[in-house]
Structures are given as structure tokens and as C-alpha cells.
Design a protein around this ligand. Sequence first.
Ligand code: F0G
Length: 456
Amino acid sequence: MPRTIFEPFRIKSVEPIRVTTRDERKGLLDQARLNPFRLHSDDVLLDFLTDSGTGAMSAHQWGAIMEGDESYAGSPSFFRLEKVVRSITGYKHLIPTHQGRAAEHLLFEIAAKPGDVIPNNTHFDTTRANVEVRGCEARDLPTPEALKPRERHPFKGNIDLARVEALLSSEAHRVPFGMLTLTNNSGGGQPASIENVRAYKALLARFGKPLILDACRFAENAMFVKQREKGQAERSVREIAGEIFSLADGCTMSAKKDGMVNIGGFLALNDDALAEEARRLLVLTEGFPTYGGLAGRDLEALAVGLEEVLDEQYLRYRLRTAEFLGEKLLAGGVAIVEPTGGHAVYLDARDFLPHLAPEQYPAWALTCALYLEGGIRAVEIGSVMFGKRLPDGRETYAPLELVRLAFPRRVYTQSHFELAAEVIVELKQKAREIRGVRIAKQSPHLRHFTAELDWA
Ligand code: F0G
């Protein structure tokens, strides 16, 4: 077999990329109030803001779109999707939603109450926000290696079982269920091992608590397990994913990631009573239970996407993408979270910009510099996203200042990644010129999406 890992697809339809000058980008970034979320995407050269809903669908998916049945109730498209979800996850009930956070909202409404604590390896920002809006506490309990960017542990997405046990031993009555995010997006796109999921499941079961997965990137996680975990190399990714799902009682899913679609999500559960309650709420906020917030054609595209994502040739290429960029950055002296994650490369902004203090939001400043320098749009996973302004005016800060370059699925080719590496390595040479930022305007929830900033 040749050693080159190539894009296992041909390109049938293309979108032109607009090339801008540095001067243009300076004006555009000022107009966006130094917030990359406020940029127009056609002013971006390489859009690594997110891997969510930004992927390219296959010809097979586009074909399936024409098969979509748009009946309000009982659409065959729903039953097609239900069959696929059941065959992959084994869960009895499929509750479609327009995207992942709607599934999270349903889950916390029906299965948690104010004052509860939800343990997780790391809650993603929307998950945390949905937990907090419910009056609950989102408790991040990642394995200690997850907080050491340079430590090359194969499963930095593991949950810290000792701390889960301590929580359950002292406050089990406050814990309605445990969660696990696969892969751990906020922690670097890092996988959890099957061994960790098994032990977490056993621990929760000892206290009579269910396990719910945040399964957005379940296939990438399963591929990492195949590549890295002892005794898993000979199993298929489908089998590995199936075992992980079988260890849990349900999942929330943003299908915009490993569902390979531009919109969609679901909540899947085994428990009949909970599912019934979820559907009751679904009708209020999303739609009738056989379409959730989606069109029949979306359900069809997702049914195909969930099968395609399990293609191991694709997954090998997918994980190699991040590794490829990571190797180039490391060779150029840029510190990243190691090893590279499934869907993204995370730059360590504290290392990149050692002259900036936490209150100058180094990771945010680096996202601005990446855009100015090379038209690259990335996302801050640092103190603007995870810090807070407390009611007394004090600020809290995140444990890590990371910049995530997240890769849309099947969209960019190897030369795009070579270009990104060139830009970032060159920017590192003049990192001392990068100024910090301060927040001029912010909202109390998910402030990073809309904040307005100034250079400090
Ligand atoms: N859970 C995880 C781990 C996620 O990464 C996301 C979304 C969600 C839940 C919410 O799903 O967007 O469909 O409502 N992550 C995107 C990202 C936005 O850029 O990482 P959603």
C-alpha cells in the first residue's frame, strides 16, 4: 500500500476563494470590532473557525436530498434515519433536532433540575451554557494530562475517574447523570479510550446514574481508539463506536460534525419515559417528533452521512490532516496541543505570545493576528470563551489560552494546510509585535459570539 495518505475523494463542485490584501483585512477586522465571528466569510481565505456544518456533502448525500419526503408526520425519511441511528448506536429512541444544542436543551430540561451538577470531561461552550441556564453546575473533570498541552498522552479526552468518584461519594444526590464529550473538543479534540468509558460507566452504575455521551465526533474518537488503544487495532471503527454507544444510555449529537451534514442533530435515548417527555417538549420548541427542526431532505442526508463517516479510509485521512499541520507547526517552533486532535489543531497562545498577560486575552489576540497576517479565521478557546465577568466586576480566566484551527470535513486540500503552516510559522517570527485586546462590549451568555473588542 502506498504510504501517502491522500484525500479519498474527487472534487465535483468548487467554490472560489477570494484573496484579500493585509490592508483590506485590517479594515475588515476593525469593522468586525476585532471579533472574527463578525467577519463576512467571503472575506476569509482559510476558514478554520469551525468544523461544524461546514463540510462538503458527497454526491450520494446530494442524491439522497432529492429523496427527502417532506410530510409533516410519519415521513419515510425519518424512519430511514432512525434505522441508521439504531444500527450504529443501538439506542431505542431517536429525537431529531435542528442541531446539537437543541438536543442538549431538551436533555437538561427533562433530566436535570436546578442545583444539579453534571460531570463531563469538558463541557463544550453551548453545553455549559445550557447546563447553566437550567440552574445547574457544569463540572469539568478532565484527566490531569489534558491540562498539559505538551504532554503526549494518547487519550487526553479521558474523564478523571478519581474526581468523578469523589463527586459521587459526597454529592450523588446532585448528579442526575454523567456526560462524556467525544472527542473532547474544548480540551484539544482529544479522544477518550474505551477503557475509560467502560470504567466511567461502571462507576456511574455503582451509584445508579446513567451515562449520556456528547457524540458529535464519535467516529473520529473511534478511529483514535483503533489507532492508539491496545487490543483495538483489529476491530472495525463501526464495532468500536458501537461498543462505546452501548456503554451509555443515550447521546446528544450535533450532526454538523460526524454526521457530515450542514445542519442537524438529535437526542437518542433508551429510556421510554424520558423519550416521551423529550418528544413532548420537542413539539413545543423544534417540531413534530418525526422531523424535529429539520426538513425531510436533511434527515436523508444525515442517514447517508452517518454511514459515510465510518469509512476508515476517510477517517485515516481525516486524522492525518491535523497531524500533518501539527508536524509542520512543531518543526517551525510553534507550540500546539500534542498530540493533535481529530478535527483541529490548537495553538498554545501563551507560548506564542509570552509578552501578553491573561487580561490581554492572548488567544483572542492571536486569532486577530492570524486573520490580519494570512486571512485565516480561527476560534479562541481561552478566556473570552470560558472566562467571565462576575457581578462584582472581577474577571475569571480559563486554564488554557488556546486558538483552535478547526477543519471542515472534505473541504480543504493539502496545499491549503501547507499555506496555513507557512503563515503561522512566519507570524511566530514577529509575534512580539502582536498587541493584546480588551473587551469593550459583551453579553452575559456565550459572549465570544458577539463581543466587541479593542486593541489594548
Ligand atoms: N458539543 C460539542 C462537543 C460541540 O463541539 C458542539 C458544537 C456542540 C455540542 C453543539 O452543537 O453547534 O450543533 O448546536 N461545536 C461547534 C464548534 C459549534 O465549533 O466546535 P451545535
